[in-house]
Design a protein around this ligand. Structure first.
Ligand code: XMP
Length: 512
Protein backbone atom coordinates (compact mmCIF):
# COMPACT_ATOMS: atom_id res chain seq x y z
CA UNK A 1 0.00 0.00 0.00
CA UNK A 2 1.18 3.49 -0.84
CA UNK A 3 0.77 6.62 1.25
CA UNK A 4 -2.64 8.26 1.52
CA UNK A 5 -3.71 11.88 1.72
CA UNK A 6 -6.12 13.11 4.38
CA UNK A 7 -8.55 15.93 3.64
CA UNK A 8 -9.42 17.85 6.80
CA UNK A 9 -13.06 18.89 6.54
CA UNK A 10 -13.96 22.41 7.60
CA UNK A 11 -17.46 22.04 6.18
CA UNK A 12 -16.70 23.24 2.66
CA UNK A 13 -19.03 22.39 -0.16
CA UNK A 14 -16.17 20.96 -2.18
CA UNK A 15 -14.60 18.73 0.49
CA UNK A 16 -15.78 15.51 -1.16
CA UNK A 17 -14.65 16.83 -4.51
CA UNK A 18 -11.09 17.31 -3.21
CA UNK A 19 -10.97 13.72 -1.96
CA UNK A 20 -12.39 12.44 -5.24
CA UNK A 21 -9.88 14.37 -7.34
CA UNK A 22 -6.98 13.01 -5.28
CA UNK A 23 -8.30 9.49 -5.78
CA UNK A 24 -8.74 10.13 -9.51
CA UNK A 25 -5.04 10.98 -9.51
CA UNK A 26 -4.34 7.51 -8.15
CA UNK A 27 -3.79 8.31 -4.49
CA UNK A 28 -6.15 7.03 -1.80
CA UNK A 29 -7.65 9.85 0.23
CA UNK A 30 -9.94 10.08 3.22
CA UNK A 31 -11.95 12.88 4.79
CA UNK A 32 -11.36 13.50 8.48
CA UNK A 33 -12.65 15.90 11.13
CA UNK A 34 -10.10 18.52 12.31
CA UNK A 35 -9.95 16.95 15.78
CA UNK A 36 -8.89 13.61 14.30
CA UNK A 37 -5.81 14.98 12.56
CA UNK A 38 -3.47 13.78 15.27
CA UNK A 39 -4.66 10.18 14.98
CA UNK A 40 -4.25 10.26 11.21
CA UNK A 41 -0.79 11.73 11.38
CA UNK A 42 0.29 9.18 13.96
CA UNK A 43 -0.55 6.46 11.46
CA UNK A 44 2.49 6.24 9.29
CA UNK A 45 0.46 5.83 6.12
CA UNK A 46 -0.40 9.54 5.74
CA UNK A 47 1.79 11.27 3.17
CA UNK A 48 -0.02 14.58 2.75
CA UNK A 49 -2.69 16.79 4.31
CA UNK A 50 -5.18 19.03 2.54
CA UNK A 51 -7.12 21.60 4.55
CA UNK A 52 -10.51 22.14 2.92
CA UNK A 53 -12.59 25.26 2.41
CA UNK A 54 -15.41 26.09 4.78
CA UNK A 55 -18.32 28.44 5.41
CA UNK A 56 -16.82 30.10 8.52
CA UNK A 57 -14.24 32.86 8.83
CA UNK A 58 -10.96 32.12 10.63
CA UNK A 59 -11.40 35.55 12.25
CA UNK A 60 -14.58 34.49 14.07
CA UNK A 61 -14.26 33.43 17.68
CA UNK A 62 -14.24 29.62 17.99
CA UNK A 63 -13.62 29.13 14.28
CA UNK A 64 -12.58 25.51 13.64
CA UNK A 65 -8.84 25.01 13.60
CA UNK A 66 -6.09 22.41 13.88
CA UNK A 67 -3.17 21.77 16.15
CA UNK A 68 -0.38 23.84 14.56
CA UNK A 69 2.31 22.48 16.87
CA UNK A 70 1.54 19.06 15.53
CA UNK A 71 1.73 20.24 11.92
CA UNK A 72 5.05 21.95 12.57
CA UNK A 73 6.60 18.92 14.23
CA UNK A 74 5.84 16.40 11.52
CA UNK A 75 7.47 16.45 8.17
CA UNK A 76 4.28 16.07 6.14
CA UNK A 77 3.34 18.45 3.29
CA UNK A 78 0.18 20.51 3.72
CA UNK A 79 -2.01 22.22 1.12
CA UNK A 80 -4.56 24.74 2.43
CA UNK A 81 -7.46 25.61 0.14
CA UNK A 82 -9.58 28.75 0.74
CA UNK A 83 -10.42 28.45 4.46
CA UNK A 84 -7.32 26.25 4.70
CA UNK A 85 -5.29 29.09 3.10
CA UNK A 86 -6.58 31.55 5.72
CA UNK A 87 -5.96 29.05 8.49
CA UNK A 88 -2.32 28.56 7.50
CA UNK A 89 -1.85 32.34 7.31
CA UNK A 90 -3.39 32.76 10.76
CA UNK A 91 -1.60 29.81 12.33
CA UNK A 92 1.87 30.93 11.21
CA UNK A 93 1.47 34.64 11.92
CA UNK A 94 0.32 36.11 8.60
CA UNK A 95 -2.31 38.83 8.31
CA UNK A 96 -5.89 38.36 7.16
CA UNK A 97 -8.60 40.94 6.66
CA UNK A 98 -12.29 40.41 6.65
CA UNK A 99 -13.70 41.28 3.27
CA UNK A 100 -16.81 43.41 3.05
CA UNK A 101 -17.75 41.83 -0.25
CA UNK A 102 -17.81 38.19 -1.13
CA UNK A 103 -15.67 37.44 -4.15
CA UNK A 104 -17.42 34.69 -6.01
CA UNK A 105 -16.85 33.06 -9.37
CA UNK A 106 -14.12 33.12 -11.98
CA UNK A 107 -11.01 35.15 -11.22
CA UNK A 108 -7.91 35.52 -13.34
CA UNK A 109 -4.69 34.76 -11.49
CA UNK A 110 -1.10 35.67 -12.41
CA UNK A 111 1.48 33.10 -11.41
CA UNK A 112 4.63 34.63 -9.90
CA UNK A 113 6.53 31.50 -8.92
CA UNK A 114 6.26 28.42 -11.11
CA UNK A 115 8.13 26.03 -8.88
CA UNK A 116 6.47 22.98 -7.33
CA UNK A 117 2.72 23.74 -7.07
CA UNK A 118 2.55 25.71 -10.32
CA UNK A 119 5.00 23.59 -12.28
CA UNK A 120 3.87 23.34 -15.92
CA UNK A 121 1.09 25.89 -15.41
CA UNK A 122 0.97 29.01 -17.66
CA UNK A 123 1.62 32.55 -16.41
CA UNK A 124 -2.08 33.33 -16.25
CA UNK A 125 -5.05 31.12 -15.51
CA UNK A 126 -8.73 31.35 -14.71
CA UNK A 127 -9.59 30.06 -11.27
CA UNK A 128 -12.71 29.57 -9.17
CA UNK A 129 -13.06 31.46 -5.90
CA UNK A 130 -15.66 31.89 -3.24
CA UNK A 131 -14.48 33.89 -0.23
CA UNK A 132 -14.91 36.92 2.02
CA UNK A 133 -11.59 37.01 3.87
CA UNK A 134 -8.24 37.72 2.23
CA UNK A 135 -4.66 37.11 3.25
CA UNK A 136 -2.94 40.51 3.05
CA UNK A 137 0.45 39.47 4.42
CA UNK A 138 1.91 35.96 4.34
CA UNK A 139 3.64 34.59 7.45
CA UNK A 140 7.24 35.65 7.84
CA UNK A 141 9.59 33.74 5.55
CA UNK A 142 6.74 32.72 3.21
CA UNK A 143 6.52 33.90 -0.39
CA UNK A 144 3.53 34.86 -2.52
CA UNK A 145 3.29 32.57 -5.54
CA UNK A 146 0.34 34.11 -7.38
CA UNK A 147 -1.91 37.16 -7.27
CA UNK A 148 -5.27 38.06 -8.75
CA UNK A 149 -5.81 40.87 -11.24
CA UNK A 150 -6.93 43.03 -8.33
CA UNK A 151 -3.68 42.29 -6.52
CA UNK A 152 -5.11 39.86 -3.97
CA UNK A 153 -2.75 37.14 -2.71
CA UNK A 154 -4.10 33.96 -4.28
CA UNK A 155 -1.42 31.51 -3.20
CA UNK A 156 1.63 31.30 -0.98
CA UNK A 157 4.19 28.88 0.39
CA UNK A 158 6.94 28.57 2.98
CA UNK A 159 8.92 27.07 0.11
CA UNK A 160 9.38 23.85 2.07
CA UNK A 161 6.20 21.93 2.71
CA UNK A 162 3.33 24.34 3.33
CA UNK A 163 1.35 25.52 0.30
CA UNK A 164 -1.97 27.26 0.03
CA UNK A 165 -4.38 28.65 -2.53
CA UNK A 166 -7.23 31.09 -2.17
CA UNK A 167 -8.91 29.50 -5.18
CA UNK A 168 -10.28 25.97 -5.51
CA UNK A 169 -8.04 23.74 -7.67
CA UNK A 170 -10.49 20.84 -7.23
CA UNK A 171 -13.28 22.61 -9.13
CA UNK A 172 -13.45 22.07 -12.88
CA UNK A 173 -13.78 25.83 -13.51
CA UNK A 174 -10.20 26.27 -12.30
CA UNK A 175 -7.88 25.82 -15.27
CA UNK A 176 -4.99 23.47 -14.56
CA UNK A 177 -6.63 22.55 -11.25
CA UNK A 178 -5.80 18.88 -11.82
CA UNK A 179 -2.22 19.78 -12.62
CA UNK A 180 -1.93 21.79 -9.42
CA UNK A 181 -3.26 18.91 -7.30
CA UNK A 182 -1.04 16.48 -9.18
CA UNK A 183 1.95 18.72 -8.48
CA UNK A 184 1.06 18.69 -4.81
CA UNK A 185 0.90 14.90 -4.77
CA UNK A 186 3.90 14.09 -6.97
CA UNK A 187 6.33 16.97 -6.55
CA UNK A 188 5.60 18.03 -3.00
CA UNK A 189 4.33 14.89 -1.20
CA UNK A 190 6.36 12.66 -3.52
CA UNK A 191 3.56 10.14 -3.84
CA UNK A 192 3.27 8.36 -7.18
CA UNK A 193 -0.15 7.03 -8.30
CA UNK A 194 -0.74 3.64 -6.68
CA UNK A 195 -4.45 3.26 -6.04
CA UNK A 196 -7.44 2.43 -8.22
CA UNK A 197 -10.90 1.22 -7.15
CA UNK A 198 -10.92 -1.75 -9.54
CA UNK A 199 -7.72 -3.10 -7.96
CA UNK A 200 -9.37 -3.35 -4.56
CA UNK A 201 -11.77 -6.15 -5.51
CA UNK A 202 -9.65 -9.07 -4.28
CA UNK A 203 -8.89 -7.42 -0.95
CA UNK A 204 -12.59 -6.55 -0.45
CA UNK A 205 -13.50 -10.19 -1.06
CA UNK A 206 -10.75 -11.44 1.24
CA UNK A 207 -11.91 -9.07 3.92
CA UNK A 208 -15.45 -10.47 3.77
CA UNK A 209 -14.11 -14.04 3.90
CA UNK A 210 -12.10 -13.21 7.00
CA UNK A 211 -15.17 -11.86 8.74
CA UNK A 212 -17.89 -14.36 7.91
CA UNK A 213 -17.63 -17.77 9.61
CA UNK A 214 -17.67 -20.90 7.44
CA UNK A 215 -21.25 -21.89 8.32
CA UNK A 216 -22.70 -18.39 8.59
CA UNK A 217 -25.15 -16.92 6.13
CA UNK A 218 -25.40 -13.37 4.82
CA UNK A 219 -28.52 -11.52 3.71
CA UNK A 220 -28.57 -8.54 1.40
CA UNK A 221 -31.43 -6.34 0.26
CA UNK A 222 -31.04 -5.60 -3.44
CA UNK A 223 -32.88 -2.80 -5.15
CA UNK A 224 -31.44 -3.05 -8.64
CA UNK A 225 -29.29 0.03 -8.11
CA UNK A 226 -25.54 -0.15 -8.69
CA UNK A 227 -24.64 -0.03 -4.98
CA UNK A 228 -26.77 -2.93 -3.83
CA UNK A 229 -26.07 -5.12 -6.87
CA UNK A 230 -22.31 -4.56 -6.59
CA UNK A 231 -22.48 -5.33 -2.87
CA UNK A 232 -24.35 -8.56 -3.59
CA UNK A 233 -21.87 -9.65 -6.25
CA UNK A 234 -18.85 -8.96 -4.04
CA UNK A 235 -20.40 -10.87 -1.13
CA UNK A 236 -21.39 -13.76 -3.37
CA UNK A 237 -17.81 -14.00 -4.61
CA UNK A 238 -16.73 -14.23 -0.98
CA UNK A 239 -19.32 -16.59 0.52
CA UNK A 240 -20.96 -18.24 -2.50
CA UNK A 241 -24.35 -19.80 -1.84
CA UNK A 242 -24.39 -18.64 1.73
CA UNK A 243 -25.60 -15.29 0.41
CA UNK A 244 -29.36 -14.71 0.33
CA UNK A 245 -30.54 -11.70 -1.63
CA UNK A 246 -33.94 -10.23 -0.91
CA UNK A 247 -35.66 -8.13 -3.54
CA UNK A 248 -38.85 -6.40 -2.49
CA UNK A 249 -41.09 -5.32 -5.33
CA UNK A 250 -42.86 -2.34 -3.76
CA UNK A 251 -44.84 -1.71 -6.93
CA UNK A 252 -43.10 1.67 -7.00
CA UNK A 253 -40.30 0.58 -9.30
CA UNK A 254 -39.28 1.55 -12.79
CA UNK A 255 -40.57 -0.31 -15.82
CA UNK A 256 -39.30 -3.94 -16.02
CA UNK A 257 -37.08 -3.38 -13.00
CA UNK A 258 -37.97 -6.60 -11.21
CA UNK A 259 -37.35 -8.74 -14.27
CA UNK A 260 -34.07 -6.99 -14.96
CA UNK A 261 -32.79 -7.53 -11.43
CA UNK A 262 -33.82 -11.20 -11.46
CA UNK A 263 -32.02 -11.80 -14.74
CA UNK A 264 -28.93 -9.86 -13.78
CA UNK A 265 -28.40 -11.58 -10.45
CA UNK A 266 -28.98 -14.97 -12.01
CA UNK A 267 -26.48 -14.24 -14.76
CA UNK A 268 -23.95 -13.12 -12.19
CA UNK A 269 -24.17 -16.46 -10.43
CA UNK A 270 -26.30 -15.47 -7.43
CA UNK A 271 -28.43 -18.50 -6.66
CA UNK A 272 -30.50 -17.50 -3.65
CA UNK A 273 -32.72 -14.64 -4.66
CA UNK A 274 -35.96 -14.18 -2.76
CA UNK A 275 -38.39 -11.95 -4.61
CA UNK A 276 -41.30 -10.56 -2.62
CA UNK A 277 -44.19 -9.12 -4.54
CA UNK A 278 -45.54 -6.55 -2.11
CA UNK A 279 -47.05 -4.04 -4.50
CA UNK A 280 -50.57 -4.38 -3.22
CA UNK A 281 -49.39 -4.17 0.40
CA UNK A 282 -47.57 -0.88 -0.29
CA UNK A 283 -50.40 0.58 -2.36
CA UNK A 284 -52.87 -0.27 0.37
CA UNK A 285 -50.75 1.47 3.00
CA UNK A 286 -50.36 4.52 0.77
CA UNK A 287 -54.04 4.86 -0.04
CA UNK A 288 -55.33 8.33 0.79
CA UNK A 289 -51.90 9.56 1.93
CA UNK A 290 -51.02 12.84 0.23
CA UNK A 291 -48.27 14.32 2.32
CA UNK A 292 -44.73 13.70 1.06
CA UNK A 293 -42.97 12.98 4.37
CA UNK A 294 -45.82 10.71 5.43
CA UNK A 295 -45.43 8.69 2.23
CA UNK A 296 -41.70 8.34 2.79
CA UNK A 297 -42.22 7.22 6.37
CA UNK A 298 -44.81 4.59 5.45
CA UNK A 299 -42.67 3.15 2.68
CA UNK A 300 -39.52 3.08 4.83
CA UNK A 301 -41.29 1.33 7.72
CA UNK A 302 -43.10 -1.15 5.53
CA UNK A 303 -39.91 -2.02 3.71
CA UNK A 304 -38.07 -2.76 6.93
CA UNK A 305 -40.97 -4.81 8.31
CA UNK A 306 -41.10 -6.96 5.19
CA UNK A 307 -37.36 -7.37 5.08
CA UNK A 308 -37.27 -8.50 8.71
CA UNK A 309 -40.14 -10.94 8.18
CA UNK A 310 -38.36 -12.46 5.21
CA UNK A 311 -34.93 -12.58 6.85
CA UNK A 312 -36.38 -14.30 9.93
CA UNK A 313 -37.33 -17.29 7.79
CA UNK A 314 -33.74 -17.99 6.77
CA UNK A 315 -31.75 -20.05 9.28
CA UNK A 316 -28.33 -19.22 10.63
CA UNK A 317 -28.16 -15.71 9.21
CA UNK A 318 -25.47 -13.75 11.04
CA UNK A 319 -24.64 -10.97 8.62
CA UNK A 320 -26.37 -8.17 6.78
CA UNK A 321 -24.61 -6.79 3.70
CA UNK A 322 -25.40 -3.17 2.93
CA UNK A 323 -24.60 -0.98 -0.07
CA UNK A 324 -23.51 2.01 2.03
CA UNK A 325 -21.05 4.17 0.09
CA UNK A 326 -18.52 6.73 1.30
CA UNK A 327 -20.63 9.91 1.06
CA UNK A 328 -23.43 8.17 3.04
CA UNK A 329 -20.97 7.74 5.86
CA UNK A 330 -18.96 10.91 5.98
CA UNK A 331 -20.72 14.00 7.11
CA UNK A 332 -19.63 17.18 5.48
CA UNK A 333 -20.49 20.63 6.77
CA UNK A 334 -23.61 20.84 4.72
CA UNK A 335 -25.02 17.43 5.45
CA UNK A 336 -23.91 17.36 9.07
CA UNK A 337 -25.76 17.03 12.31
CA UNK A 338 -27.04 20.58 12.31
CA UNK A 339 -28.46 20.63 8.80
CA UNK A 340 -32.23 21.01 8.56
CA UNK A 341 -34.21 17.95 7.51
CA UNK A 342 -35.29 18.53 3.94
CA UNK A 343 -36.37 14.97 3.24
CA UNK A 344 -36.09 11.79 5.27
CA UNK A 345 -34.12 9.49 3.05
CA UNK A 346 -34.75 5.84 2.73
CA UNK A 347 -32.74 3.37 0.77
CA UNK A 348 -31.89 -0.28 0.94
CA UNK A 349 -28.40 0.59 2.13
CA UNK A 350 -29.91 1.98 5.29
CA UNK A 351 -31.67 -0.79 7.15
CA UNK A 352 -31.95 -0.07 10.86
CA UNK A 353 -29.63 -1.13 13.66
CA UNK A 354 -32.68 -2.96 15.02
CA UNK A 355 -31.75 -5.87 12.77
CA UNK A 356 -29.49 -7.65 15.26
CA UNK A 357 -26.96 -8.79 12.69
CA UNK A 358 -23.36 -7.94 12.04
CA UNK A 359 -22.95 -5.51 9.19
CA UNK A 360 -20.79 -5.87 6.08
CA UNK A 361 -20.37 -2.74 3.99
CA UNK A 362 -17.94 -3.63 1.20
CA UNK A 363 -18.38 -0.26 -0.54
CA UNK A 364 -18.10 1.93 2.53
CA UNK A 365 -14.89 3.61 1.34
CA UNK A 366 -15.91 4.30 -2.24
CA UNK A 367 -17.56 7.10 -4.16
CA UNK A 368 -20.35 6.40 -6.62
CA UNK A 369 -18.16 6.65 -9.72
CA UNK A 370 -15.67 4.29 -8.07
CA UNK A 371 -18.48 1.82 -7.33
CA UNK A 372 -19.32 1.99 -11.03
CA UNK A 373 -15.72 1.11 -11.90
CA UNK A 374 -15.80 -1.86 -9.53
CA UNK A 375 -19.15 -2.94 -10.99
CA UNK A 376 -17.75 -2.83 -14.52
CA UNK A 377 -14.75 -4.88 -13.52
CA UNK A 378 -17.05 -7.45 -11.90
CA UNK A 379 -18.92 -7.86 -15.19
CA UNK A 380 -22.13 -6.23 -13.99
CA UNK A 381 -24.02 -5.08 -17.10
CA UNK A 382 -23.96 -1.48 -18.23
CA UNK A 383 -27.72 -1.10 -17.70
CA UNK A 384 -27.01 -1.39 -13.99
CA UNK A 385 -23.78 0.50 -13.48
CA UNK A 386 -24.60 3.33 -15.87
CA UNK A 387 -28.17 3.75 -14.64
CA UNK A 388 -29.26 6.99 -13.00
CA UNK A 389 -29.76 6.99 -9.23
CA UNK A 390 -33.25 5.99 -8.16
CA UNK A 391 -34.65 6.96 -4.75
CA UNK A 392 -35.50 4.28 -2.19
CA UNK A 393 -39.19 5.25 -1.98
CA UNK A 394 -39.31 4.89 -5.76
CA UNK A 395 -41.96 6.45 -7.94
CA UNK A 396 -43.92 7.49 -4.83
CA UNK A 397 -41.70 10.58 -4.55
CA UNK A 398 -42.36 11.42 -8.20
CA UNK A 399 -46.11 11.36 -7.70
CA UNK A 400 -47.48 14.49 -6.11
CA UNK A 401 -50.44 13.80 -3.83
CA UNK A 402 -51.91 10.33 -3.38
CA UNK A 403 -50.18 7.38 -5.02
CA UNK A 404 -52.64 5.26 -6.97
CA UNK A 405 -52.41 2.74 -9.80
CA UNK A 406 -53.38 5.23 -12.47
CA UNK A 407 -50.78 7.85 -11.58
CA UNK A 408 -48.16 5.16 -11.02
CA UNK A 409 -48.71 3.71 -14.46
CA UNK A 410 -48.45 7.15 -16.09
CA UNK A 411 -45.32 8.02 -14.14
CA UNK A 412 -43.66 4.68 -14.97
CA UNK A 413 -44.49 4.76 -18.69
CA UNK A 414 -43.60 8.43 -19.13
CA UNK A 415 -40.28 7.98 -17.30
CA UNK A 416 -39.51 5.04 -19.54
CA UNK A 417 -40.17 7.13 -22.65
CA UNK A 418 -37.91 9.89 -21.33
CA UNK A 419 -35.12 7.40 -20.59
CA UNK A 420 -35.46 5.67 -23.97
CA UNK A 421 -35.25 8.96 -25.88
CA UNK A 422 -32.28 10.17 -23.88
CA UNK A 423 -30.41 6.90 -24.43
CA UNK A 424 -31.18 7.04 -28.16
CA UNK A 425 -29.91 10.60 -28.48
CA UNK A 426 -26.81 10.03 -26.33
CA UNK A 427 -27.90 12.49 -23.62
CA UNK A 428 -28.59 9.88 -20.92
CA UNK A 429 -25.01 9.48 -19.73
CA UNK A 430 -24.50 13.24 -19.51
CA UNK A 431 -27.27 13.95 -17.03
CA UNK A 432 -27.70 13.01 -13.38
CA UNK A 433 -31.36 12.04 -13.49
CA UNK A 434 -34.25 12.17 -15.95
CA UNK A 435 -37.80 11.22 -15.07
CA UNK A 436 -41.48 12.11 -15.18
CA UNK A 437 -43.56 13.68 -12.41
CA UNK A 438 -47.32 13.32 -12.12
CA UNK A 439 -49.66 15.26 -9.85
CA UNK A 440 -53.39 15.85 -9.51
CA UNK A 441 -53.73 18.97 -11.65
CA UNK A 442 -55.66 18.39 -14.85
CA UNK A 443 -55.59 19.93 -18.33
CA UNK A 444 -58.42 19.78 -20.80
CA UNK A 445 -57.47 17.95 -23.96
CA UNK A 446 -59.10 17.07 -27.23
CA UNK A 447 -58.81 13.46 -28.26
CA UNK A 448 -60.49 13.16 -31.65
CA UNK A 449 -63.78 14.99 -31.06
CA UNK A 450 -63.82 14.14 -27.39
CA UNK A 451 -63.11 16.53 -24.55
CA UNK A 452 -60.92 14.88 -21.94
CA UNK A 453 -59.65 16.12 -18.61
CA UNK A 454 -56.26 14.52 -18.51
CA UNK A 455 -53.11 14.49 -16.40
CA UNK A 456 -50.16 16.83 -16.66
CA UNK A 457 -46.76 15.13 -16.90
CA UNK A 458 -43.71 17.18 -15.99
CA UNK A 459 -40.34 16.20 -17.41
CA UNK A 460 -37.52 16.66 -14.90
CA UNK A 461 -33.96 16.35 -16.22
CA UNK A 462 -31.07 17.58 -14.11
CA UNK A 463 -27.31 17.81 -14.19
CA UNK A 464 -25.48 17.34 -10.93
CA UNK A 465 -22.22 16.08 -9.46
CA UNK A 466 -23.54 14.62 -6.25
CA UNK A 467 -27.25 15.40 -6.04
CA UNK A 468 -26.62 18.13 -3.46
CA UNK A 469 -27.00 20.92 -5.97
CA UNK A 470 -28.37 20.56 -9.48
CA UNK A 471 -29.07 22.51 -12.61
CA UNK A 472 -31.92 21.77 -15.02
CA UNK A 473 -30.65 20.33 -18.25
CA UNK A 474 -31.06 22.47 -21.39
CA UNK A 475 -32.57 19.74 -23.52
CA UNK A 476 -32.88 20.62 -27.17
CA UNK A 477 -36.36 21.58 -28.36
CA UNK A 478 -36.65 18.79 -30.92
CA UNK A 479 -36.00 16.21 -28.26
CA UNK A 480 -38.48 17.81 -25.86
CA UNK A 481 -40.97 17.78 -28.71
CA UNK A 482 -40.36 14.11 -29.48
CA UNK A 483 -40.69 13.08 -25.85
CA UNK A 484 -43.81 15.19 -25.37
CA UNK A 485 -45.51 13.73 -28.45
CA UNK A 486 -44.67 10.19 -27.44
CA UNK A 487 -46.04 10.74 -23.93
CA UNK A 488 -49.37 12.18 -25.10
CA UNK A 489 -49.71 9.65 -27.92
CA UNK A 490 -48.70 6.53 -26.03
CA UNK A 491 -50.12 7.14 -22.57
CA UNK A 492 -53.88 7.48 -22.34
CA UNK A 493 -55.15 10.27 -20.08
CA UNK A 494 -52.14 12.56 -20.46
CA UNK A 495 -53.14 15.86 -22.07
CA UNK A 496 -50.21 18.11 -21.27
CA UNK A 497 -46.44 17.80 -20.93
CA UNK A 498 -44.32 20.46 -19.21
CA UNK A 499 -40.57 20.83 -18.61
CA UNK A 500 -39.20 21.66 -15.14
CA UNK A 501 -36.83 24.62 -15.31
CA UNK A 502 -35.84 25.17 -11.68
CA UNK A 503 -32.44 24.33 -10.30
CA UNK A 504 -31.53 23.05 -6.84
CA UNK A 505 -31.60 25.20 -4.79
CA UNK A 506 -34.31 26.35 -4.49
CA UNK A 507 -36.13 23.26 -5.83
CA UNK A 508 -35.15 19.76 -4.78
CA UNK A 509 -34.56 17.24 -7.55
CA UNK A 510 -37.50 14.98 -6.67
CA UNK A 511 -40.82 16.78 -6.21
CA UNK A 512 -41.70 15.05 -2.92
P1 XMP B 1 -33.57 15.76 -3.63
O1 XMP B 1 -34.95 15.48 -4.13
O2 XMP B 1 -33.49 15.79 -2.13
O3 XMP B 1 -32.71 14.50 -4.07
O4 XMP B 1 -32.96 16.96 -4.28
C1 XMP B 1 -31.31 14.46 -4.07
C2 XMP B 1 -30.89 13.10 -4.58
O5 XMP B 1 -31.28 12.10 -3.63
C3 XMP B 1 -32.14 11.15 -4.22
N1 XMP B 1 -33.14 10.78 -3.23
C4 XMP B 1 -33.11 9.64 -2.52
N2 XMP B 1 -32.28 8.60 -2.56
N3 XMP B 1 -33.52 7.54 -0.86
C5 XMP B 1 -32.50 7.53 -1.74
O6 XMP B 1 -31.76 6.55 -1.79
C6 XMP B 1 -34.42 8.55 -0.76
O7 XMP B 1 -35.33 8.53 0.05
C7 XMP B 1 -34.20 9.66 -1.64
N4 XMP B 1 -34.86 10.84 -1.83
C8 XMP B 1 -34.19 11.51 -2.82
C9 XMP B 1 -32.73 11.84 -5.43
O8 XMP B 1 -33.16 10.91 -6.40
C10 XMP B 1 -31.59 12.70 -5.88
O9 XMP B 1 -30.66 11.99 -6.66
Amino acid sequence: MGLKVVVVDFGGQYTHLIARRVRELGVYSEIIEPENLQTSLNNLDTGGVILSGGPRSVLEPNAPTINFNLLSELDIPVLGICYGHHLLAKGFGGEIVKGSLREYGRTKVKVINRENLFHGVPDELWTWMSHWDTVVKPPSGWIVTSISEKGIITSMTDNKRFYSTQFHPEVSHTEYGYRILENFLKRICRIEPWWSPGDQISSIIEDIQNKVGKEEKVICAVSGGVDSVTTAVLVSKAVGDRLYCIFIDTGLLRKNERQNVENTLKNLGIKNLIVIDASSRFLEKLRGVKEAEQKRKIIGEEFIKLFEETAAKIENVRWLAQGTIYPDRIESGRTGKHAALIKSHHNVGGLPEKVSLNIIEPLRDFYKDEVRMIARKLGIPREIWARHPFPGPGLAVRIIGEVNEEKLEICREASNIIEEELVKSGVYDNVWQAFAVVGDDKWVGVMGDERLEGYIVTIRIVESIDGMTADWHRLNYDLIDRISRRITNEIPKVTMVTYAVSSKPPSTIEPC
